[in-house]
Design a protein around this ligand. Structure first.
Ligand code: NAD
Length: 499
């Protein structure tokens, strides 16, 4: 690389022009076309430019990859390797990712439109996750159960077998790392299916994994669609675990596929409609407003934990909404390759249309549009920060996950009302609350139905914290040693001892 991050807009454009992305599948240690020879287009949503024709895998490719993964698992070159040695290989992979982080970040930005600074942040998260899980694996002990002297009882941890990781497009490489790092660290063979909307960084990762020395068949990447190769993996009798991040609707389908096939484990990280509660006792309302705006407009609102429902105590609501509007003014979308852009492009035309449909519905159902609301003229797919006030829990934009830069503001008069409104959703991924009153903070935190609660911040956390949801936001946990435990089986061994 010829520049230091964050680089200039021109640096990034120059690097983009020199990139030739890998577009073939990675199966059994080789880059190959799909068995059918079919491909699909990967386009840059900020310009419409064609980036690559990517191998479109389907059932025969899934079967080949699963057979290679099983063979690798049975062979033991990874699954039975000493944890300390697995750790070394994964740390080497992290080093290689670090050395190529500009290129990896650029692939995500070109593929799905997020700002380059955001992609660089994702790289730090992805690399940090690989390092953390690699470091964990030789520190996680089994157990000796308490027994009498006539026996010795051991609880051993063993890898599960073949894990299929199916991931979304909004944080392509980071979501990938959250799945593959603990699954590989635990000794499993992993087949990754990236989203059809953002496959390129995963294929570059496969090149780096090969260079790092992951044995043949231990890590494979199958680009393609959900209803073809994704479904084939989910229905496979030879896949032992599905690690999924994506929509709740697809999560439900995966549980059915598991039931129709081999009862494979299914870990789900799904959608959200996260409430962000602002109480009137906050000290610095400008700062809170700025965080509340970033909570929804970061990554164009294409974030599972987006703070898409802003619940504000009525006594400060009008004033607070003005401050949010002011903060949102400087969060306009721009060229994703410009490090100064806060927002980038919407991932594709379907998502762009879907967001605009929700905005139209918001207006029709009587919410007050306070900013944005119109697509920005092309060629790229851009939508400005959009704020609706006077939203009620009955309105579609107040209930459904939009996955775009659309904020719904509600008012409340009491703590009980705020909690009831916050929990009135099928989702339970994240919630935020802003207050200076520690008693209130603890009362409200305990009653919020949510996998994570952010107090006087939004989206705080690091590798040490489990990440996941309750209710229809999912049943798994990414990050921390808890995710590592998910990718292993417990084996109970009872040994009878002679007196
Ligand atoms: P999606 O559910 O449409 O797709 C996710 C993945 O599943 C993709 O790789 C897709 O190809 C695959 N898929 C689709 N249908 C399938 C099928 N029938 N069988 C097997 N695989 C199938 O979601 P998306 O649009 O890629 O991502 C947006 C969603 O992801 C949002 O709902 C968002 O909230 C959620 N998300 C959740 C988290 C979390 O940690 N909870 C993180 C990021 C995104």
């Amino acid at each position: 690389m010829s520049f230091e991050a964050p680089g200039t807009r021109d640096d990034w454009h120059a690097l983009a022009h020199s990139l030739v992305p890998e577009s073939r599948a990675f199966i059994d240690d080789a880059f190959v076309d799909a068995d059918s020879g079919d491909t699909f287009e990967s386009r840059n949503p900020a310009t419409g430019e064609l980036l690559a024709q990517v191998a479109s895998c389907d059932e025969p490719d899934a079967e080949r990859a699963v057979a290679a993964a099983r063979h690798a698992f049975a062979g033991g070159a990874w699954s039975r390797l000493a944890p300390g040695k697995r750790k070394k290989t994964l740390l080497r992979l992290a080093e290689l990712m670090e050395a190529h982080k500009h290129e990896l970040a650029l692939l995500d930005t070109l593929d799905m439109g997020k700002p380059i600074t955001s992609s660089l942040g994702d790289m730090a998260g992805a690399i940090g996750c690989i390092r953390y899980q690699a470091e964990c694996i030789d520190k996680l002990y089994g157990e000796v159960a308490p027994t009498g002297e006539d026996s010795l009882a051991l609880v051993l941890r063993e890898p599960i077998g073949v894990v299929a990781a199916i991931v979304p497009w909004n944080f392509p490489l980071m979501m990938t790392a959250w799945k593959i790092a603990p699954a590989l660290a635990a000794g499993n063979s992993v087949i990754l299916k990236p989203s059809e909307k953002s496959p390129l960084s995963a294929l570059r990762l496969a090149q780096l994994a090969k260079e790092a020395g992951l044995p043949k068949g231990v890590f494979q990447v199958l680009p393609g669609f959900g209803h073809t190769v994704g479904k084939a993996l989910a229905l496979s009798m030879q896949v032992d675990c599905l690690a999924f991040t994506g929509s709740t609707a697809v999560g439900k389908q995966l549980m059915q596929y598991a039931g129709q096939s081999n009862l494979k484990r299914v870990y789900l990280e799904c959608g959200g409609k996260s409430p962000n509660l602002v109480f009137a006792d906050c000290k610095d309302l400008d700062q809170v407003a700025s965080h509340a705006a970033a909570a929804i407009f970061h990554n164009q609102g294409e974030v599972c934990i987006a703070g898409s429902r802003l619940l504000v105590e009525n006594s400060i609501r009008d004033d607070f909404v003005e401050r949010v509007l002011k903060a949102a003014e400087i969060m306009q979308p721009g060229d994703p390759l410009d490090p100064a852009s806060f927002m980038g492009a919407i991932v594709d035309e379907a998502q762009h249309r879907r967001i605009l449909d929700y905005i139209r519905q918001g207006v029709e159902e009587g919410a007050r549009l306070r900013s944005g609301g119109q697509a920005i003229d092309g060629p790229g797919l851009f939508i400005p920060p959009t704020v609706f006030d006077g939203v009620t829990p009955q309105m579609t934009i107040g209930r459904e996950e939009i996955f775009g830069p659309v904020l719904a503001v509600f008012g409340f008069d009491s703590e009980d009302e705020a909690i009831a409104m916050a929990n009135d959703t099928p989702y339970g991924l994240a919630a935020g609350l802003w207050s200076q009153d520690i008693d209130r903070i603890m009362r409200v935190t305990r009653r919020l139905q949510s996998g994570q609660v952010f107090v006087n911040n939004w989206a705080g956390g690091d590798q040490t914290m489990p990440f996941g949801g309750v209710k229809q936001s999912g049943n798994g946990r990414d990050k921390s040693h808890h995710s590592l435990e998910e990718y292993s089986e417990l084996k109970s061994v009872w040994m009878a001892l002679a007196p």
